[in-house]
Design a protein. Structure first.
Length: 138
């Protein structure tokens, strides 16, 4: 991939946005941030990130879930196919099943390519992003 890979981070916690941005920038990424789903969709459509890091639980509890499903139904194919890393502390408390890999057309699984539990280990996050960027570049 030519140039810096661009990562969009969507989280309602300003501290998480700031620290994640600093860490990813130190790893050589160009980082876009959004404090919620609406701003996240705007940044996704205008910024064309290579990977999205999405907090699944935001103030209205299901906003991250809905945001991700809306992305997968977007009219722009490039947006529909952007890799998403979901970060959450609810992995064990939701009936939604989590599975890494390609988007699932049946709706049985949340359509994300990777999942990390909060608090997120920065090196694990970087490894997931690196893998997705490298896979997309091939």
């Amino acid at each position: 991939m030519a140039g810096k890979a661009r990562v969009l981070v969507i989280d309602d916690d300003a501290d998480v946005l700031a620290t994640t941005r600093l860490f990813l920038e130190s790893r050589g990424y160009e980082v876009l941030v959004a404090a919620g789903p609406e701003q996240g969709m705007h940044e996704l459509e205008s910024g064309k990130p290579d990977v999205v890091v999405l907090d699944i639980m935001m103030p209205h509890s299901t906003e991250g879930f809905h945001w991700l499903w809306n992305v997968r139904r977007h009219t722009d194919k490039a947006i529909r196919e952007v890799p998403v890393v979901v970060v959450s502390s609810i992995h064990q408390t939701t009936p939604m099943r989590f599975r890494e890999g390609e988007a699932d057309e049946t709706g049985d699984y949340l359509p994300a390519q990777a999942f990390l539990d909060k608090p997120v280990d920065p090196d694990q996050l970087a490894a997931k992003i690196d893998a997705l960027v490298n896979k997309t570049a091939q």
